[in-house]
Design a binder for this molecule. Structure first.
Ligand code: ANZ
Ligand code: ZN
Length: 817
């Protein structure tokens, strides 16, 4: 015999329902949107995936489902919704796979995209499939190259030889952000410092605006804070010291007030002055200096600046610095704790008040002079000095001033003497914008011996990536394209003479720096997008993405957008009005999902076993959206049971299309809660409210009207099942159209408030007052309310409440003695 439950289970046949509705949505192009409408617009964006060979990960389904729920609700709210998808398809993993398997990266990319597209359809996402973009498509990267040329024309792209992070295995340059704990973020191999000529983008020119304009944006606070810290604004002064050999040595300090305590100087080992002194034979310990330079070169910035690392360095023998405030000659060291790429690459060391300088001075026996009063304990003064209220000592004309007051005084003094000036510094570095690899956008620049670097004329874009036989980077670190002499040798766009093309390609982050603009008008071949489309859709109203992209993609794309705004291409200063972020999905038991742990969940398997609607509902129910959450197979089953219960309820509906009296208040409350929760990304509590409503329906009975409200609220989460029920129960015929095309159910505020009752209050059996309380209030609530009444207080004052008698919703009797 088949049990009642399993008969019903058979009927909720997600395996046939889901493809049926996906086909219909595709055929009818249900989620297509136009670039104009009488409705208000809503542009919801998720980070497009890198189409890796592994396919879609459950980690993708959390943000994608979340924004899909928002997009579906906003359509029902009456918005013209742009919710697009695309592929960020240039990059190393594809290239590495191509090298290993001898398959062209374009073929690998094509196959991976096909697989991703299938999976995204399988999950029922409401993307506008007419707007799919692919960053490796020449009709797309033509505009990435075009933006590069505009940056070059405005002096924001330049070539420079600089120490860069070099991955010993990928054989390519990495941005600082791609070096994690001294190893390559991608392959885990050691990263060393290497001098290379690179294309650079001047993001630093936008540092202040990238900080200031955060103020007007609705970004979650941790994103704003991380971006500000990454940009790292410091205010202080540059001060010029003299070398005894005649040169100027400029330092950057945030504490010019401590100048009288500067007892030695430290240059970064790669500083140009050191090179000069070595070459002119000024140093008596040249061998020792050179050996130290070589050792420092192999370390990453992170290793060099680690706080608890033992300080090392070499004192230069043959040259000294002169402190400009008192003319004292002080020793000059080189040490790796001073970075070449920050400030001026030189510091004045104030060991009494800087922890690193203190450690260094103790080890090398340097003089320590207290200049901010800290009592007997000089090291304690290091702490006092950080407090702006510390009092200056041993500092001549600064003595007696607080740190706060001394800074402007000494800065003015330096300015008057022409040996210093106030200065703002940023930790942010210019963006290393070239890779010596194959699978990226070619940089549209040509080098002519006579004319130098020349831009390719815009009518020659796109500059196509040529076919090569081997994608392996060369051993000298040049791109594989450099071996293709036919392609490399060209004519100079300026003088027509022989010239060579740039063989570096753009980095991973190029295509994603403007992709959200292309979605607005993806097929335009005259511009990256039309003025009208840009005017209509800008800015992105809501962008959800990973916290790991805060200081890379999110900052880079804000920079490009500001630049495009400056040259009149886009209409808004900022690309994204609102930014939210989701937590990671961990494996069962809370460990990071990884192949080696064998705990990777494949969305295909979940969908095959339980259906896409269960997968979607579960991934939204899994926990607080912004926090990490661990996968649980049991909880997946729980979500499947919930959908089964919704399905089975459909067999016992009463005919009325009105809300039934018993459910009305609960329905209004649930609509309010689910509406607010979706907007606040509290998807888990929205689903919990729907579960509670289903319980009410089972307890009280359920009308067709009650059920319709439930289906509409559930439709963003479990769209396939809802459409099937909507159709088979006749709502579609009655109301015209699919559930996803209906208006979002409205609620009546007054019906969300619990009913109130008047209750009599007796003290020792005598009526003393009446109070108003919510219906069905418990004893504690009623007594508390009664005791607030002054007429009651008159009779209970100074007495103990020994007993209370409650007649629910009618009367309370307080026995006071
Ligand atoms: C003297 C001094 C006295 C300093 C004192 C600090 C405290 P932030 O706030 O991060 O900008 N510095 C400057 N350039 C450096 C470099 N290239 N590598 C390593 N350290 C460098 O830090 C600025 C401070 O860091 C500067 O102010 C300088 O030390 C050091 F009680 O100058 B200070
Ligand atoms: Zn030329």
């Amino acid at each position: 015999m088949i049990s009642q439950e399993s008969v019903r289970d058979l009927k909720y046949d997600f395996a046939s329902i889901e493809p049926k509705w996906q086909k219909k949505w595709a055929e009818e192009n249900t989620f297509h949107c136009e670039n104009h409408s009488d409705k208000p617009k809503f542009y919801g964006l998720v980070e497009f995936p890198y189409p890796s060979g592994q396919g879609l990960h459950v980690g993708h389904t959390r943000p994608y489902t979340a924004m899909d729920v928002v997009a579906r609700k906003r359509r029902m709210d009456g918005y013209n919704v742009l919710f697009p998808m695309g592929y960020d398809a240039f990059g190393l993993p594809t290239e590495n796979y191509a090298i290993k398997n001898h398959i062209h990266p374009a073929k690998v990319t094509h196959d991976n995209i096909e697989n991703f597209t299938k999976q995204l359809h399988m999950l029922g996402y409401s993307f506008d499939w007419d707007r799919v973009i692919n960053t490796t498509d020449p009709s797309y990267y033509k505009w990435t190259q075009w933006i590069f040329l505009q940056l070059w024309k405005k002096g924001l792209a330049y070539k420079s030889t600089m120490p860069v992070n070099w991955c010993t295995s990928c054989k390519c340059v990495l941005a600082n952000e791609e070096v994690v704990d001294g190893v390559c973020e991608r392959c885990g191999s050691p990263v060393i410092r290497k001098e290379k000529s690179q294309w650079m983008l001047k993001i630093t020119e936008y540092a202040q605006r990238l900080i200031d304009d955060l103020d007007g944006l609705d970004f979650i606070e941790r994103v704003k804070t991380q971006q500000k810290n990454w940009i790292g604004r410091s205010t202080g002064a540059e001060v010029t010291f003299k070398a005894t050999t005649g040169e100027d040595i400029v330092v950057f300090t945030t504490r010019p007030d401590t100048l009288f305590g500067a007892t030695y100087m430290v240059l970064s080992p790669e500083h140009a002055l050191v090179k000069g002194w070595l070459e002119s034979g000024k140093l008596n310990n040249a061998d020792e200096v050179k050996a130290y330079q070589a050792a420092a070169a192999s370390k990453s910035d992170l290793e060099r600046t680690e706080l608890n690392k033992e300080k090392t360095g070499v004192c230069l023998d043959g040259v000294k610095g002169v402190n400009p405030v008192n003319g004292k000659e002080i020793p000059i060291f080189i040490s790796d704790y001073v970075l070449a790429t920050y400030g001026t690459g030189v510091i004045m060391a104030v060991p009494a008040h800087d922890d690193r300088d203190w450690e260094f001075a103790k080890k090398f026996g340097c003089e320590i002079i207290e200049v901010v009063s800290g009592g007997e304990d000089v090291q304690k003064a290091a702490f006092t000095a950080k407090d702006e209220t510390g009092i200056l000592v041993n500092s001549e004309f600064l003595n007696g001033l607080t740190v706060k007051d001394a800074i402007p005084v000494i800065t003015k003094w330096l300015e008057e003497k022409g040996i210093g000036a106030a200065k703002v510094n940023y930790k942010l570095r210019d963006w290393v914008f070239s890779r010596q690899r194959y699978w990226g956008e070619p940089i549209p620049m040509v080098y002519c011996e006579k004319c130098g670097w020349q831009p390719l004329p815009e009518d020659q874009l796109p500059l196509l990536l040529p076919d090569v036989d081997s994608y392996e980077p060369t051993d000298d670190g040049e791109s594989p394209i450099s071996k293709m002499t036919d392609w490399v040798n060209t004519t100079c766009p300026h003088c027509g003479g022989p010239a060579k093309r740039e063989t570096d390609t753009m980095p991973q982050w190029a295509g994603s720096s403007w992709y959200f603009l292309r979605y607005m008008d993806p097929h335009n071949d005259k511009a990256l997008a039309s003025k009208e489309a840009l005017e209509y859709w800008s800015p992105v109203d809501w962008y959800n993405g990973g916290m790991e992209h805060t200081t890379l993609h999110l900052l880079y794309s804000r920079f490009w957008h500001k630049f495009l705004y400056d040259i009149g291409v886009v209409p808004t200063k900022e690309p994204y009005q609102k930014r939210t972020s989701h937590g990671m999905i961990l494996g069962e038991g809370g460990e990071k999902m990884s192949k080696s742990r064998g705990n990777v969940v494949n969305p295909n398997d979940v969908v095959a076993q339980y259906g896409a609607d269960t997968m979607r509902t579960y991934i939204m129910f899994i926990g607080d959206f912004e926090k990490a959450a661990s996968w649980s197979d049991n909880a997946v089953k729980g979500c499947k049971r919930f959908l089964d219960r919704v399905w089975n309820l459909s067999e016992n509906l009463t005919d009325s299309m009105d809300y039934s009296a018993a459910n009305e208040s609960a329905i209004h409350k649930t609509i309010k809660k689910v509406s607010d929760d979706i907007e606040a990304m509290k998807f888990n509590t929205a689903i919990a409210a729907l579960m509670a409503l289903v319980n009410d329906f089972y307890a009280n009975g359920c009308s067709k009207g009650d059920y319709a409200a439930l289906l509409l609220m559930l439709s963003p989460f479990a769209p396939h099942m809802v459409e099937e029920l909507w159709e088979t129960l006749g709502y579609a015929a009655q109301r015209g159209g699919m559930a996803c095309q209906q208006s979002w159910p409205a609620y009546d505020e007054s019906k969300t408030i619990d009913a109130q009752v008047q209750m009599a209050v007796q003290v020792c059996g005598k009526l003393r007052a009446t109070i108003t309380v919510p219906m069905d209030s418990d004893e504690a609530t009623v007594v508390a309310e009664a005791l607030k009444d002054p007429k009651v207080q008159k009779f209970t004052e100074g007495k103990n409440l020994v007993k209370t008698i409650l007649v629910p919703n009618k009367l309370v009797n307080l026995i006071a003695k």
